[in-house]
Each structure stands twice: as structure tokens, then as C-alpha cells.
Design a protein around this ligand. Sequence first.
Ligand code: HEM
Length: 397
Amino acid sequence: MTTATTLELPAPYGSCPFSPPPAYTDAAREAAVTRTVLPDGTACWLVTGYDEVRAVLADARFSADARTPGFPFLSAGQRELATAKPSFIRMDDPEHARLRRMVSKDFLVKRIEELRPGIQDIVDRAVDRMTEGRTSADLVADFALPIPSLVICLMLGVPYEDHELFQSLSRTLLDNRTTRPEAERAHAELMGYLAELAAYKRGHPADDILSRLAAREDLTAQETASLGFLLLVTGHESTANMTAVSVLALLQRPDQANLLRADPGLVRGAVEELLRHLTIIHLGLGRAATETVRVGAVTVPAGDGVICMLSTANRDRQLFGETDDLNLTRDARRHVAFGYGIHQCLGQTLARVELQTVLTTLLRRLPGLRLAVPADQLAYNRDNIVYGLRALPVTWA
Ligand code: HEM
């Protein structure tokens, strides 16, 4: 039997900023797959169960290509972005696999572990800059945002003297107050910069991603720039937002922060639990059925859109126990915060190392870190695909 609950997306949050919206948890309680209505009025399927989310994301009959009929869009902006300039995150195999393969070696665990000391150095300098001559800061703008951009500069091989330009263009692109013409200008400038840098690297190769891509015969300078751009955009906002909401979650749970401060060896598991508990890709992952497919108890007809809700999947009580509680010692490794299947996050090891480094460093170096405003005055980015904080005023005096 098909359940036909209808609800609006995106739904408002309840009182706890970290819980999935009540509309989703209600839907999840009712059935693992329900009917829903998108903001533009289109009907689609909301997949909230853990097994069902993984089944959809692992099934090649569900397309991640936004041009596939029925693909669900949560906003007009998302439609434009995904259909106008598709990158491999919005492609199906074999094209997706061809392009992903070109950068996948750079994100293997061994390679990222080699970067750990460099990442530690970037994080230490970010703490130095944030704290120099002052006792308060906005942890989002002054700390969480610059770190992933500096890390990706290191990986792509952006020369140090260009960091300022690179960072200011990426800041413009990622700031949701940026107007459309400003974003287009910054996009064109950054793409031009990356294409020029790739051309330079062809003649002066070094041990970095752009050099390796530039040396390939089967990629144009433009395609190389596009891949560099995709890594910048996908790796930036998600890691920055995850950093800020993780710090907030720990400030609100001093018992858990103290646990981690006392035993930094817990950090790997702690990051997995934070990824599970916070699930910042909170509006879900869209797919379109290219054939009629059975998902759990429901038959999804060809041409229908589905939204896989990672946040409710990550609160599966059978798998994780008392899921609404943040418990840094929980075994949360089976979470789906990085997605599942062929599109599972390419940068997950990098994100993990960045988050582990950030949290242990902040807890060690700023033991007095606390909110500088009451928690109920914090403003969240609830409408973005990536959930986060607009600002996080903190003090350590
Ligand atoms: C894909 C989450 C950090 C690069 C994804 C997907 C999720 C995700 C859920 C799957 C999208 C889909 O199936 O439609 C996150 C989270 C992060 C993070 C929560 C931080 C906490 C990063 C970083 C990078 C990165 C640091 C790289 C610099 C990518 C890429 C894809 C992707 C390239 C597309 C993979 C593909 O289509 O094959 N990410 N991500 N991400 N992520 Fe991440």
C-alpha cells in the first residue's frame, strides 16, 4: 500500500536547531517512503528510512543527473545551477566515473594522511590569526571559512602569493548575500585564474592536483579548471558549516567537550557522531527514477523524483540507539552523512581530517571558548542545501 502524506519542503525546524524538521520525523514515523510536494508544487517521494535511503542511492536506476525528467528541485536557484553547468556530482555513469577517476587518487586515505601535518599547520595559523590582539571573534568568518579554502589551495597547488585573490573570489561565491551578477563575475574570474594556473603547471609541474590534471592529454585547460572549481565549491561550504555547527554543539554540551578534551584519542569517533547527529546536508539528496522501481513497501514509477533524507536515516534507532542524544562515544560509523553509492562524498577523508584537527586544536588551545551571545540569538542558514550558521560570535577571555 502506498502512503500518501503530503508536506511542504523545506519544512521549518523545531526548537532544537540540530533535529531534523518535525515534518520529516513525522513522515519517518509513519513510513520509510512517503509522498511529498516540492515548493514548486511538483509531487515526489520522500525517502526517510535508513535501508531505503541506501537502496535508492546504490541503485543505478535512480539518476543523479538534474536533466533527467522528474528530478526534484528544492528551489529555482538549485534548478538553474544543476542544469546550467553540470559537474560530475550531477552526472550518471559512465561519464561520472570517467571524471571522478581523474581526481579520486588525490583523495585516498593515504594521500590525505600525508597532508595531516600541513592541515595542522593551517589550523594553528588560523587560531593565531583569530586570537591575535583580541578576545572575541566570529568563528564562521574568522576561522571556519578560511580553513577549507587554504587546504584546497594546498591541494590544488595555488601559489601562496595568490591566496588572497583566490580566497576573496571563493568568499564572494559562497556568500549567500552575493548578487547574481557578482557571482557570475567571481565565477568567470576564478575559472580564468584556474585555467591560467593549469596552463602554467603544464610547463612547471609540481606535486599537486592541478599539475597532475594539466599533464593529462585527455583534458582541456577549461575542463581542468572546472574540476578544480568543483573541488573548491563542494569542499568549502560543507566543511566550514560542519566546523561551525560542531563547535556550537560542543559548546552546548560541555560534558561531551570535556570528554574529548580529556581524551583527544576519541576524536575520530567523535567526528563520526557529530556528522551523524548534525547531518548538515539536511534537505536531502535528489534523484529521479529512470525505470519503475520498488523501494521498501512502495513502487516508484519511472519519471518520478525522490528525495533521500539523510538526517532521518541517521536517526535510525535500531542502528544507532538513542539517536537524538549527542554521544561522542557512540559507534556512529555507519551514518550516511556523506551519502552512499557511486556519488558518496569524494572528499570525506579530507573533511574528517580537517574536522578532527580543528576540534582537537580548538579544545586544546582555547579551553575557555564560549558563546559571546545567547544561543537563541544565533542565525542559521536553514534554506541552503547545507545547514549552517550565518555567524558564531565567540569569546575566550
Ligand atoms: C559528494 C557531503 C566535504 C567533495 C557529497 C555528497 C554528500 C557530501 C552527502 C553526496 C551527494 C550526492 O550523492 O548527490 C559532504 C559533507 C562534507 C563534505 C557533509 C563535510 C563535512 C567535502 C570535501 C570535498 C568534497 C572536503 C572535497 C574537497 C565532494 C565531491 C562530491 C561530494 C567532489 C561528488 C562526488 C560524486 O558525485 O562522485 N558530499 N561533503 N566534499 N563531495 Fe562532499
